[in-house]
Design a protein around this ligand. Structure first.
Ligand SMILES: [Zn+2]
Length: 41
């Protein structure tokens, strides 16, 4: 197990429909999901 693998494990990546955007924090990821994947219809 390398440092890069560990960092990858803990990174916050949006997995909605192959979106794939990366965020520095889980809070930012949650806001993105609410605004872009849940809030709009
Ligand atoms: Zn997304």
């Amino acid at each position: 197990m390398t440092g890069i693998a560990a960092a990858s494990f803990f990174s916050n990546i949006c997995r909605f429909g192959g979106c794939g955007l990366h965020f520095e924090s889980l809070a930012e990821l949650i806001v993105h999901i609410e605004d872009n994947h849940i809030g709009k219809h």
